[in-house]
Structure formats: C-alpha cells, structure tokens
Ligand binder design. Structure first.
Ligand SMILES: C[S@@+](CC[C@H](N)C(=O)[O-])C[C@H]1O[C@@H](n2cnc3c(N)ncnc32)[C@H](O)[C@@H]1O
Length: 230
C-alpha cells in the first residue's frame, strides 16, 4: 500500500518543555486547574475512546446522528473543492462521515488533522487504510500551533471542523480568543463547522461525566499518573 500521509510535529520540543511549567503554574493557583489538553497522552486518548462508547456519554452518538443528517445540507455550502481541517481529531471516527460527504461532491480530498495526542498517527494510518485516495497531513500540536501552521500553508479552501463539544472546555474569555484565532486563520471562502452541546438536565450531565463503570474517573486520574511519570 502506498502511504499517503505525513505527520508533522512543528513544536514538539516546546510542548515537552511547557508541560512541567504549565502544570506547575496551574496547580500553584489559588483555584487549581489542569488544562484539558494534558489529559490526552496515549493512555488518556485510549480511555477517551472508551468513554465515547459508554451508554451515559450521549455527546458522541448524538453528534454522529447529527453529522449523518448533514449529507443533504453540507454540500449546499461547498462551492468548489475543500480541504478538511479538523481541530482535536482524536480517533477521526466522526471524520469519516464528513469525508463521505466531501467525496460525493469532489474528486480528491485532503485531510489535515490537528491533535496534541500521539493518537493522531494511529488514526491517520487507520483512515488511510479505508480511504486510499485521501492525502493526509497530520499536525501533532496544540490547536493554536496547528492553526499557525495552516495559516501560511497555501491558498486552498479549508473546511475547518471542531467536534466533540470541546469548545465547552474553554472559559468564555478563552472561547472568544479561540474563535478569534480561527477567524484570523480563515480565508474569505473557508468554512467552519462546530459541534456544541446544549443546556442539559443536571443528572444527564453528571451521569455522562461520572459514569457508573468509572472510566471517566480513570481518565481524570490518568493525568496525575502522567504528571508523576513525566
Ligand atoms: C473530547 S476529544 C474529541 C475527539 C473527537 N474530535 C471527537 O469528537 O470524538 C478532544 C480531542 O482534542 C485533543 N485536544 C485537546 N486539547 C487540545 C489542544 N489544546 N490542542 C490540540 N488538541 C487538543 C485531544 O487530544 C482529543 O483527541
């Protein structure tokens, strides 16, 4: 099989260095916090995939059912050929639904996944196995690092997608800054698709994020093991 994918790590040294510094800063604050991006080492990414299969974790299956319905609507916005850029691509499972839509309306599709986790390499290989003509350029980096890479890349039109309700991890100031960053990366004809959760009953949320099998608890505690290990 011809491999049609390249993986770049434009800022790997900075990322490794900043892990200790950022954790130290955030855990020395009066209100301690850990940035969600640090939850996704290889083990964290594997645990997140397990979370997606839990009956209580409604966001994944809900978003998949919405993406399936986009088959009629999304092509209406696709004026010409688009590269698919995905922020926080993870397992790239939902990606397949969007690729299937793009493949209906254009000949060749390029995919540009951006994810801080090494899962990106594995997901790209799996995707390549099933989408032989897909040209994949993966960026293992933060959203911002990946967007910076994309900004000066070329003049092709991009459909940027941000799924999984990850926008909910930002404070309102961070969210605004993030959207501004995306906006400043987008060219006039680029498109942006975001998956967001709606207001929910408290019980539904608590069950989704504190499941009965304790997988989410393992996912959360894994970041502490990661801090000790690294
Ligand atoms: C909640 S998961 C969503 C995965 C997938 N998009 C989905 O909808 O199932 C978030 C993904 O974003 C990645 N991620 C989290 N924070 C990130 C950041 N600051 N920069 C880049 N990737 C990040 C994680 O590694 C993970 O794969």
């Amino acid at each position: 099989m011809t491999l049609n994918y390249n993986i770049f790590k434009p800022n790997s040294i900075t990322l490794e260095k900043s892990f200790a510094d950022e954790i130290s800063f955030s855990l020395n604050r009066h209100s301690k916090f850990i940035s969600p991006k640090f939850f996704y080492d290889k083990k964290g990414s594997d645990l997140f995939e397990k979370i997606c299969e839990l009956p209580e974790y409604y966001p994944t299956r809900t978003e998949i059912s919405i993406l399936k319905k986009l088959k009629g609507e999304l092509p209406l916005y696709l004026d010409g050929s688009f590269r698919l850029v995905e922020l926080g691509s993870g397992s790239s499972v939902k990606t397949r639904l969007i690729l299937d839509i793009l493949n209906l309306v254009q000949d060749k599709t390029e995919y540009f996944p951006i994810d801080i986790s090494e899962i990106l390499t594995e997901s790209s290989a799996l995707l390549q196995r099933d989408y032989k003509d897909l040209h994949i350029t993966g960026i293992i980096d933060t959203y911002e690092g990946g967007l910076e890479f994309l900004k000066n890349y070329d003049n092709k039109k991009n459909l940027i997608v941000f799924l999984g309700s990850s926008f909910g991890n930002f404070t309102s100031d961070e969210g605004k800054e993030f959207l501004e960053k995306i906006n400043s990366t987008m060219k006039d004809n680029d498109l942006f698709l975001i998956g967001l959760d709606l207001v929910k009953d408290k019980m539904i949320l608590e069950n989704a994020y504190n499941d009965s099998q304790g997988v989410t608890a393992q996912f959360n505690l894994n970041v502490l093991s990661r801090i000790n290990d690294e």
